[in-house]
Design a protein around this ligand. Structure first.
Ligand code: ADE
Length: 233
């Protein structure tokens, strides 16, 4: 087998700090106005970075990790707003597929989230999802699977949240997964998006986010490190 390099990305420093802590030793490389952390973890090359928030920065980072740093798999770790009332702060969601809720050329008769030659949904890698189920059961954890909707908006509004839930059948929302999915799908790189809930995307979302960003980011990161161990074998 050719050599693998596993990318682990988040959007914010809080999402990546616990991963760097678990990895221990790493080299910092500056590229395209961002910092990438390269390490050898248990014999496997890894590259870690936080992109900064949103679809544009996450597109740049995912592309860089693959095209410049040679990533052969990409795992995303971070927090999300819950749409499903079953999801509470600290719960873990695995994306089965991702969509862009703010992509709108409906004026031309297309569905929300669609542009010609694109697709409303991009599916995450099935083997990595299976791997997450093994990890969840080894940790005795419940993990919800479902559609995650992405957009360049921090959603703090019940009406908007419910619309996204209905239109995309989504259980959670965030600001990077959908763009990372498009990059990985286009470049044929298996990817996996994990999120731990920080808020309910309602009128209290910003307060909840500030309160739980760090703790939920740690929950997500700990799970991702276990997945890395499982992938490495
Ligand atoms: N990430 C975490 N919570 C979010 C929210 N309410 N909207 C968008 N992205 C989020």
């Amino acid at each position: 087998m050719s050599k693998q390099t596993i990318a682990i990305m988040g959007a914010m420093p809080e999402e990546v700090a616990p991963i760097l802590e678990a990895i221990g030793e790493y080299e910092t490389v500056e590229f395209a106005k961002n910092r990438y952390y390269k390490a050898n973890y248990k014999g496997v090359d890894v590259v870690i970075a936080y992109s900064k928030i949103g679809k544009v920065f996450s597109t740049l980072t995912a592309t860089t990790m693959i095209e410049h740093f040679g990533a052969t798999k990409l795992l995303f770790s971070g927090v999300a707003g819950a749409i499903s009332p079953e999801l509470k702060v600290g719960d873990i969601v695995v994306a089965t597929k991702l969509s862009q809720h703010d992509l709108d050329i409906t004026a031309f008769g297309h569905p929300f989230g669609y542009v010609p030659e694109g697709a409303v949904y991009v599916e995450a890698d099935k083997e990595l999802i299976e791997c997450s189920k093994r990890v969840a059961s080894s940790m005795g954890k419940e993990v919800k699977e479902g559609i995650i909707a992405t957009g360049d908006q921090f959603v703090a509004d019940e009406t908007r949240k419910n619309w996204i839930g209905k239109e995309f059948d989504a259980v959670a929302l965030e600001m990077e997964g959908g763009s990372v999915a498009v990059v990985c799908d286009s470049l044929n790189i298996p990817f996996f998006i994990l999120r731990s809930i920080s808020d309910a995307a309602d009128m209290d979302a910003s307060f909840s986010f500030d309160e739980f960003l760090e703790s939920s980011a740690i929950i997500s990161a700990e799970f991702i490190i276990k997945m890395l161990d499982e992938i490495i074998g």
